[in-house]
Design a protein around this ligand. Structure first.
Ligand SMILES: NC(=O)c1ccc[n+]([C@@H]2O[C@H](COP(=O)([O-])OP(=O)(O)OC[C@H]3O[C@@H](n4cnc5c(N)ncnc54)[C@H](O)[C@@H]3O)[C@@H](O)[C@H]2O)c1
Length: 445
């Protein structure tokens, strides 16, 4: 069966979640494009959006509609080309209306998994729990005997899913990054058992969705989380060490600043863990730990979870309290793990003391934001890390250790056969995590 035939009946399971909703929208756009091609006139395209949560499915419909309107308004010229054989639609507004109506009608939300019957492609983005995923796949296998299954799992080995659910090689890891419509990166994870055609179909879909595809071997956590979890654990261990002398709020503040400002990353490590969700970080640690000969759990994460401080986002996209609390996306207070309270930032008080302990930034300093689109970025990075190498402050020391650990993790991912090569690791960190440079580099050696 060719790809275009497969694309006529597609399902997303877990469609109303963070990842599922973005994947649903991306697929709806591609299916709408196909439905408008003259050779497909009269063909029916259906995108079955399954989720356990009926309220979230209503939110999904609203989200898809709003995104479709935005996308149509943004690319009126491209849309016009797609509507070239519809002379009955003259005004831009008529085309936009038809396009959004088409997308709205294509997405069929349901809480009934049986509605996926006969689907030819199934994208799965349900909760990261292997028993639940396996049980859903066992049902999917019966419901869709011809389907190819694309799982968005962040950590479960694809071969394990294939074996446990008996999918006969029809499953592939297609690991979108959050949020899928915005993030370019998709990690492609093939199990030993995955058939060539499944990979070929996913590769073609990835191209059509204009994604950057990076292959990873089938090792729990793959490249992205393989680096993120260990890098996060390094930050957590550093904070625990510093907390003995400075207390938790200063320790979290210091490590977060080093990992953002000294390492020139878009966010500090604890802000990133808050964004992902402290509970999600724990899930991934646990699943990876199950399959790898390495302890990945961390006592700080476990204590945060015990105290029900979980991070993650509210339905309106705002950040929930985690290591920090936020106002309009900015950090305003820091958690004290011993006292169980948040301490407001106080530049004239404790925050100023922590910054003084850290020492000055490597000057002249250009933050991530100022470098991300800069034409002289490569030279600026070299100069920045020469200054970091020369610093005798706590900030310089922590940054060099952090950089070294990140490099070691990157190299290990290649040595352990998770990444195909150093470019694979660097590509995932630069395109999926928006780092300005890959972990396998020569800075501060
Ligand atoms: N959030 C991220 O940053 C991120 C990034 C990459 C990959 N992932 C992976 O994507 C998957 C989904 O993660 P998420 O963050 O979108 O989670 P989420 O909790 O936001 O969404 C999961 C959705 O699945 C639904 N669901 C759960 N069990 C179901 C079932 N049996 N049948 C149908 N629907 C069910 C839930 O109601 C929910 O809407 C996980 O495997 C996760 O590891 C997440």
């Amino acid at each position: 069966m060719d790809l275009d035939s497969r694309m006529s009946l597609v399902s997303v399971v877990g469609a109303a979640g963070k990842m599922g909703s973005g994947i649903t929208f991306l697929l709806a756009q591609e299916m709408a494009r196909l439905s408008l091609l003259p050779e497909n006139k009269g063909k029916l395209y259906r995108l079955i959006a399954v989720d356990l949560d009926p309220n979230a499915l209503r939110g999904l419909q609203e989200y898809v509609h709003v995104q479709a309107v935005k996308a149509a308004e943004k690319s009126a010229v491209g849309l016009r080309a797609l509507y070239a054989n519809r002379p009955d639609l003259v005004e831009n507004s008529e085309i936009i209306e038809d396009y959004t109506r088409r997308i709205d009608a294509m997405v069929w939300p349901t809480t009934d998994l049986a509605a996926v019957a006969g689907s030819r492609l199934v994208f799965e983005a349900i909760v990261e729990k292997i028993e639940i995923k396996t049980s859903v796949y066992r049902q999917l296998k019966e419901l869709c005997p011809d389907a190819y299954f694309f799982t968005n799992t962040s950590s479960v080995p694809i071969g394990v899913l294939d074996r446990e659910a008996g999918l006969g090689g029809r499953v592939l890891g297609v690991h979108f990054y959050n949020p899928p419509p915005v993030q370019k990166l998709v990690e492609i994870i093939r199990a030993d058992s995955t058939t060539d055609d499944v990979v070929a179909v996913a590769t073609e879909i990835g191209k059509r969705l204009r994604k950057t595809l990076i292959p990873s071997h089938d090792v729990a956590g793959f490249i992205g989380n393989g680096h993120f979890i260990r890098d996060g654990n390094h930050g957590l261990a550093e904070a625990a060490r510093l907390a003995k002398e400075h207390g938790w709020p200063k320790a979290f503040h210091i490590v977060n600043r080093v990992s953002q400002d000294w390492l020139l990353r878009p966010m500090g490590i604890f802000q990133l863990i808050d964004y992902v969700g402290i509970d999600v970080f724990k899930f991934i640690q646990t699943v990876m730990g199950k399959y790898l000969p390495e302890t990945l759990s961390d006592p700080v994460i476990d204590r945060m979870i015990e105290k029900k401080v979980l991070g993650g986002q509210n339905p309106d996209g705002s950040q929930k309290p985690g290591f920090f609390t936020y106002e309009k996306g900015r950090i305003v207070s820091v958690y004290d793990l011993d006292k169980g309270v948040y301490l407001p930032l106080d530049p004239a008080g404790w925050t100023g003391e922590a910054d003084a302990a850290l020492g000055p930034l490597p000057e002249p300093f250009r933050p991530w934001k100022g470098l991300v689109g800069a034409p002289d970025r490569s030279a600026a990075l070299v100069a920045h890390f020469e200054r970091v190498a020369a610093q005798r402050s706590l900030g310089g020391e922590l940054a060099r250790t952090y950089l070294g650990r990140s490099r070691e993790i990157g190299r290990k991912l290649v040595a352990d056969g998770v990444a195909f090569d150093a470019d694979g690791v660097n590509g995932v960190l630069t395109s999926g995590f928006f780092h300005l440079y890959g972990p396998i580099n020569d800075y501060c050696k």
